[in-house]
Ligand binder design. Sequence first.
Ligand code: DQA
Length: 155
Amino acid sequence: MAENLKIMVINGPNLNMLGIREPEVYGNHTYADLEAYIEEYGEKCSIEVAVLQSNSEGELIDFIHHTLGNFDGIVINPGAYTHYSYAIHDALASVEVPAVEVHLSNIHKREEFRHTSVTAPACVGQITGLGFRGYLLAIDYLLEEVSSRDKEIEA
Ligand code: DQA
């Protein structure tokens, strides 16, 4: 597995309310639990993981821009912005850093407005409905992807 790799994990609006918001949908674990879960996995894989959250669209866009030249991959849960933020789509498309979109809940099982993601087309793929594990699966994918890309560059 690739070491010295840097992944930025970006969480959008209302994810700071995990543990309080709609526990029947999102469970009882808090945002701090999610951060710790991802950070522990980063340590286990010997990679650098920055876990960030914002409720503001502009700040999420600034996080994405900052990945350019500084991070090897992005894991993003854009929260409700998933369903209508063309600005976040364009930010992801601008940076050419591979991104995986993650949702805790299965957006396809929920209200109709959640079935559309305008941000996923700017990502390599989407993981939805697997809870916290989705973030780790997204990191695994990026690690494999970046290591095989690096091997191709070396060859
Ligand atoms: C979410 C799904 C979105 O529809 C919702 O607005 C969220 C969380 C998820 O992780 O399941 O805030 O992205």
